[in-house]
Design a protein around this ligand. Sequence first.
Ligand code: MG
Length: 164
Amino acid sequence: MTDIRLGNGYDVHRFGPGDGCWLCGVKVPHDRALQGHSDADVGMHALTDAIYGALAEGDIGRHFPPSDPQWKGAASHIFLRHAMELARSRGFALANCDVTLVCEYPKVGPHAGAMQAELARIMGVEAGRVSVKATTSERLGFTGREEGIAALATACLVGGTHPL
Ligand code: MG
């Protein structure tokens, strides 16, 4: 019997000085950047955690400890590729994933197609299995005050063998 595994991911990064934000593998021009130990790609981190979650394999921090200096400034596609390789090694394929970015600015819409294509390329899946969308929080809370960006992601893995 086919096994179906769902996972969710959530991440936040704060704004700091800079000239753009890495979001789902695309550098989006902005008057600030996201701060973090790696490239602070909040969307890719949430998606990576969703895949680890579906596998019951913890989160990025378990596999790439922030205390380890070799991951300082790391490109987040390393994390996403690792999660997908782990899924495939267990016999799973990605059925679909859905990422939501929460911010007032930068505007995500014009870049959503490029983000979808880049995530699909990194994961080695068809673009039609990858969704990237965005919302504001109606100027409420830390995202509304433009202090940072939040991201949520869901991933569905299929394959393996369910014991039932
Ligand atoms: Mg993060």
